[in-house]
Design a protein. Structure first.
Length: 358
């Protein structure tokens, strides 16, 4: 790959001479959005969620005369590309985000301005941290018994996503235009993340149509039927997770699907980033746990004391990387088991799994 200066020089040359990215960014976003939903359709992921967690409940409740016949109606969201940033209001903070799902419009909105800013950040990051990352990855490779070095891997680069932590994503590099590779990766990540939100919001929308009071009035007859009570438990539990942990779950899903779409689950070199991320996750959670414990002699972990200090995005990325490292080339084979796992994921469980996995 050469020195950092040569890399950046080459990158800037390609940006100026080959791709006027601002003019082509719409096409890149549209293409990666299409790629995201093609893999979701190919694996029947959204259909699987509907069938298992919605249709089963409806059919069982209808069979026992508790509700009238109801139908699911998930529709693929449309894409809207925005020129400006998207602001998201969260408790006590307003921040700019890459994309959002609008339930009322059934649209996934993606900000071109955010992606352009992200690309600039990537270039600055590479300029200041590329050698540091290569040293860190080399250290991990050696611990895994790899005889070569990260410099041997010519066609894979490592993008970063930062919240409280810096996470690395493997990316196949288009040597003719590295800037285009960055744009493709971030557009795909946004599409996958917001695609999960579209499924979550569809479930909540359907739940709002159920007559909960009528269900509670008939709870005795429901309890007598094991399958019905199981499905209702699933649905209510999931609805709580959707409301309490939307970004945690979407972020974990984003990581898993990014590996599947790009085929990195079949490429051992892609796992290097996952191992790097998992180590950082362990250090981060340990640091926060120590801060919470302070000088307290009682070192027993108290997960509930610090889980809300952790970014749900960070937790989701950590959890997603653990799934990738756990299943590796079998990621596609176990995708429905993984989806079931993410559907029921909450903050407490995510932290417990991360700590024990480390």
């Amino acid at each position: 790959m050469g020195s950092t200066k040569e890399y950046i020089k080459d990158l800037i040359y390609n940006v100026k001479k080959i791709l006027p990215l601002k003019d082509d960014l719409d096409k890149i976003i549209e293409s990666e959005y299409k790629n995201a939903f093609e893999i979701l359709d190919k694996l029947d992921i959204l259909k699987y969620i509907e069938d298992k967690y919605i249709k089963n409940v409806f059919e069982s409740l209808h069979k026992h005369g508790i509700i009238e016949s109801m139908h699911t109606n998930y529709k693929k969201p449309k894409l809207e590309i925005l020129e400006d940033n998207i602001s998201k209001n969260e408790p006590s903070v307003t921040r700019e985000v890459a994309g959002e799902y609008s339930l009322s419009e059934n649209k996934i909105k993606i900000s071109k301005k955010f992606i352009e800013s992200y690309i600039d950040d990537q270039l600055k990051f590479l300029d200041h941290h590329e050698e540091e990352i290569k040293r860190s990855l080399d250290k991990i490779l050696k611990s895994l018994g790899y005889k070569g070095s990260i410099s041997d891997i010519k066609d894979i680069g490592y993008l970063y996503v930062a919240h409280n932590l810096v996470f690395l994503y493997p990316s196949y590099i288009n040597e003719k235009n590295k800037k285009e590779s960055i744009a493709e990766a971030i557009a795909l990540l946004i599409s996958l993340h917001e695609g999960w939100h579209s499924s979550d919001n569809n479930i909540l929308n359907i739940l709002n149509k159920l007559d909960i009071n009528n269900i509670l009035m008939n709870i005795d007859s429901i309890i007598k039927n094991d399958s019905t009570i199981k499905y209702i438990y699933y649905l209510f539990n999931i609805s709580n997770n959707i409301l309490d942990n939307p970004e945690l779950r979407a972020s974990a899903f984003e990581v898993v699907m990014y590996y599947l779409v790009n085929g990195f689950h079949k490429d051992e070199r892609g796992y290097i980033a996952a191992y790097f991320n998992i180590l950082k996750c362990g250090e981060y959670i340990e640091e926060i746990n120590n801060q919470k414990n302070g000088n307290n002699n009682n070192k027993q972990d108290d997960i509930n004391n610090f889980n809300y200090d952790l970014s749900p995005y960070d937790l989701g990325y950590c959890y997603g990387n653990i799934i990738v490292a756990k299943y590796k080339s079998s990621l596609d084979k176990y995708i429905y088991k993984i989806i079931d796992d993410i559907m029921l994921l909450n903050q407490k469980r995510a932290i417990e799994v991360i700590k024990h996995y480390i």
